[in-house]
Ligand binder design. Structure first.
Ligand SMILES: [Zn+2]
Length: 55
């Protein structure tokens, strides 16, 4: 299952849960000097429906 997260600045990423969490944490540090917790990520991410692909 793919997850997608859009930052308040408009930056967006998608991938598996672990990937999305690590990617946005990295983005938060480099772009906003802010530490983002996994709980914060889980609050804003959304599921990306796969197009016909079976998960
Ligand atoms: Zn951002």
């Amino acid at each position: 299952m793919l997850m997608e997260v859009t930052c308040r600045c408009g930056w967006t990423t998608r991938g598996s849960r672990a990937v999305v969490i690590s990617k946005i944490q990295e983005h938060g540090r480099s772009a906003h000097q802010q530490e983002i917790t996994p709980a914060q990520v889980r609050a804003i991410w959304r599921v990306v429906e796969d197009d016909g692909a079976k998960s």
